[in-house]
Design a protein around this ligand. Structure first.
Ligand code: ARG
Length: 270
């Protein structure tokens, strides 16, 4: 009998070691509790969702993830990285989650799982204030368009160049939408998500922004929805994130934070 127990114990220990280290990642709820912290990637050049305020990364996504960490009973550790490194880092277990105004797309769902959506956006174009000739997506043909590297704006403009809608346009990727906007003059236009575009034009005189539509009035893309991403197969972590999001949405917190952090970002010119 004793032998039976020790063999069983050995198998249990082996199995738990395999699940923890077997695929080189420890991203599940148990690992988070054990570590005492929830780690996340963001790209902090995307107000009001994440930006630097008083030397600290703040914003809507940070508030959401703080609420998730509180619910689990651990600290939140925010790590800033390039936007195009977030999905891969989450997929391979470098961090537990990605929260960065990330649009849920079919392509990204092949690599990671997403929470339920917590807000939505559409693509905006930023132009010099005096510009009256660029009104529609087609008017960007032959122009130099800036985007944030690896974003849905990047993919969309690339697609419109290759399908001929923006024939002959040049696409220039920048690390942040604000850096792209700062290059206006050298480049012709920037495409980015709505709220971020609105904050950029509030912070910079001489720029205007409006929804990017086709000349027949149809939108250039479907409405985009933001979600928190985690490594695939962590159902218990996903359930907690969704439960917290449902509560925050029902309490009107996301909309409230979008307003508050837009004001803060404008205050510091983020
Ligand atoms: N929503 C867009 C996307 O998913 C842009 C997100 C950029 N976010 C950021 N934190 N820089 O591609």
């Amino acid at each position: 009998m004793k032998k039976f127990f020790s063999v069983t114990l050995a198998i249990v220990m082996l199995l738990s070691t395999l699940t923890m280290f077997g695929c080189g990642k420890a991203t599940g709820l148990d690992a988070i509790k054990k570590a005492g912290k929830l780690t996340m990637y963001t790209e902090a050049g995307f107000a009001p969702y994440e930006f630097v305020y008083n030397n600290e990364i703040v914003g809507v996504d940070i508030e959401i993830m703080k609420a998730v960490a509180d619910r689990i009973g651990v600290e939140l550790e925010v790590q800033d990285t390039n936007f195009d490194a977030i999905i891969g880092g989450v997929q391979t277990g470098k961090v537990n989650a990605g929260a960065a105004g990330i649009t849920i797309t079919a392509e990204r769902l092949e690599s990671v799982d997403f929470s339920t959506p917590y807000t939505q956006t559409e693509q905006y174009v930023i132009l010099p204030a005096g510009n009256t000739t660029i009104k529609f997506a087609e008017d960007l043909a032959g122009k130099n368009v800036g985007v944030q590297n690896g974003t849905t704006s990047d993919l969309l403009v690339e697609e419109m160049i290759s399908n001929g809608k923006m024939a002959g346009a040049t696409l220039t990727p920048y690390n942040t939408p604000a850096m792209a906007a700062a290059a206006i003059g050298k480049i012709d236009a920037v495409v980015t998500d709505k709220l971020t575009a609105e904050i950029i034009i509030n912070n910079n005189e001489g720029l205007q922004a409006f929804p990017l539509v086709n000349s027949d009035g149809t939108p250039v893309a479907e409405i985009e929805k933001y979600g928190i991403c985690i490594a695939k197969g962590n159902e218990d972590l996903l359930a907690i994130i969704n439960e917290v999001l449902d509560e925050l949405i029902a309490a009107g917190k996301i909309a409230q934070w979008e307003q508050e952090y837009s004001a803060k970002a404008t205050e510091v010119g983020a």
